[in-house]
Ligand binder design. Structure first.
Ligand SMILES: Cc1ncc(COP(=O)(O)O)c(C=O)c1O
Length: 479
């Protein structure tokens, strides 16, 4: 700021405060921006530090600026009248760790390929309705569940995973499981190694704890063990977070040999693995065992969810961990919510104990496979420019755009054409642009898949025809 005091004017600190207030009001110093430190500002303007202190006091009195120890003075409002009406300066109270805003919801009326949900027709509605009625009848509305979860549900889950019940903790969705792990294990500055791309909810949870993420490149078979070893050596992470089965967002499946290599590597580095198995039960054919099932060293914390297989409305997930790890996770869970709601737990326990569960999983896998094929066929017809591998399970296609289109531009153009997709950049731990989009074949009505692909094709060609659409390739991650 160019400031020249007028020797004939009021005291210099008043002149300076007036000039700064003017710059704030005019938007030249935005709300949220920091004022220079008093010492630096005094040196820059050639005035005494007491002049700067007094000028900042004036701005504080006007309600335009607030100071916090260790953060200096920050602009909190651009209008003294409005500032006076606001009792709390919210921008100043924001936690320091980055918390990026959640991705925007799909535009109303759009065909939804964007989010990872099961279409209502894929849910075991009748079975869940009956289990809900029985759970209420049996008194599930009466109170809190134990911190680790309802015993009946923990027993069912343990039996399905072939683990001891003492290793199982029920969480409010897999996302809460990630926050439980984060709370138990991460401190600001810790490193976490993950695949790149990866589930953006995990990135959010780890970043909110102040952790630094190191993304490891994947190829068609999942994470590359050589690159993982390199990251373990260089970053010495607190843990490695992996989605080995029908990975989100790429749909890839880590082969048995690589699973063994990853386990051996992490055991050698004495580094735990957090294994997300939320898509693991959605294999269309034979699939290798989970890392947890192959783990002989006791290094895997395994997480599952009912959201992608039974119903996201139950909002239930679970962690399975060696007892010494569970002893850290349980207090972290208690600090979050003391316990997961009892009613959904009772419903899920009833459903898993019933005879319909195996039939439901078989029907669901067959329906998902049919939808995958329908979407691949529709894309081949309407979007021949896209390239995708054929996933052997899960919910997603990971489609590569023709060079040099950027996925963010296609997501926006697709929304304008009435189809929601997710640009790959959302899933990059380091952020940035991507050449891929994620398409969920489970979320739309089956009959909408062809129409959605046709809309996407129109968006794609509209974008390719526009001169300003291509982005420079160097700015796009090749994942
Ligand atoms: C890998 C992964 N973990 C967790 C979640 C969230 O699961 P939940 O609904 O159980 O919280 C998702 C949702 O897309 C996911 O892809």
């Amino acid at each position: 700021m160019d400031f020249r005091p007028d020797p004939a004017g009021p005291p210099v600190y008043i002149q300076l405060a007036t000039a700064l207030a003017e710059a704030i009001r005019a938007g030249r110093m935005a709300v949220g921006s920091r004022l220079p430190s008093e010492r630096m500002h005094a040196r820059r303007l050639g005035v005494s530090r007491t002049t700067i202190t007094a000028a900042y006091q004036e701005l504080k009195a006007m309600g335009l600026v607030q100071a916090h120890v260790g953060r200096g003075a920050q602009v909190v409002a651009d209008d003294p009248d409005r500032a006076a009406a606001e009792a709390v300066a919210w921008p100043l109270l924001a936690a320091r760790a980055p918390r990026p805003p959640p991705p925007p919801p799909a535009p109303p009326g759009a065909i939804g390929f964007g989010d990872g949900w099961l279409h209502p027709s894929l849910l075991p509605r009748a079975g869940l309705d009956a289990c809900a009625a029985r759970a209420v009848e049996a008194g599930a509305l009466a109170g809190y569940a134990p911190i680790l979860g309802l015993p009946a549900l923990r027993e069912s889950l343990a039996a399905r995973m072939k683990l001891g019940v003492e290793e199982v903790l029920v969480t409010g969705g897999a996302q809460q499981g990630l926050n439980v792990i984060t709370r138990a294990l991460l401190a600001p500055g810790d490193a976490v190694v993950c695949e790149s791309p990866t589930w953006h909810g995990a990135v959010r949870a780890f970043r909110a704890a102040g952790a630094e993420l190191a993304g490891v490149a994947m190829d068609r078979e999942g994470i590359d063990p050589g690159a993982l070893e390199d990251a373990l050596l260089r970053r010495r992470p607190k843990f490695v977070y992996l989605i080995p089965s029908f990975h989100c967002p790429t749909g890839r499946l880590l082969g048995l040999e690589r699973r063994r290599q990853v386990l051996e590597l992490c055991a050698r580095f004495r580094t735990p693995i957090v294994e997300s198995h939320v898509y693991g039960e959605l294999a269309f054919g034979a699939a290798p065992p989970s890392l947890k099932a192959l783990d002989t060293a006791g290094i895997v914390i395994h997480q599952g969810s009912a959201s992608k297989t039974i119903s996201a409305a139950l909002r239930l997930g679970w962690l399975a961990a060696p007892p010494a790890a569970l002893a850290l996770l349980a207090p972290a869970k208690a600090s979050l919510d003391l316990s997961t709601p009892a009613l959904p737990q009772a419903i899920l326990a009833g459903f898993l104990a019933g005879s319909q569960v195996a039939r439901h999983f078989a029907t669901l896998r067959a329906a998902l496979q049919r939808r995958r094929d329908a979407m691949l066929a529709a894309l081949a017809r309407h979007c021949p420019e896209l390239r995708c591998a054929v996933p052997q399970g899960g919910l997603y296609l990971w489609a590569q755009l023709p060079t040099p289109l950027a996925a963010g531009a296609l997501e926006a153009e697709a929304a304008r054409h009435g189809v929601a997709v997710r640009a790959g950049g959302l899933f990059l731990p380091a952020g940035g642009e991507s050449r891929h989009i994620r398409l969920c074949f489970a979320a739309p009505a089956e009959a909408e898949i062809a129409d959605g692909a046709e809309r996407l094709g129109r968006a794609l060609r509209g974008l390719m025809a526009r001169k300003d659409a291509p982005c420079r390739e160097s700015a796009v991650a090749a994942v």
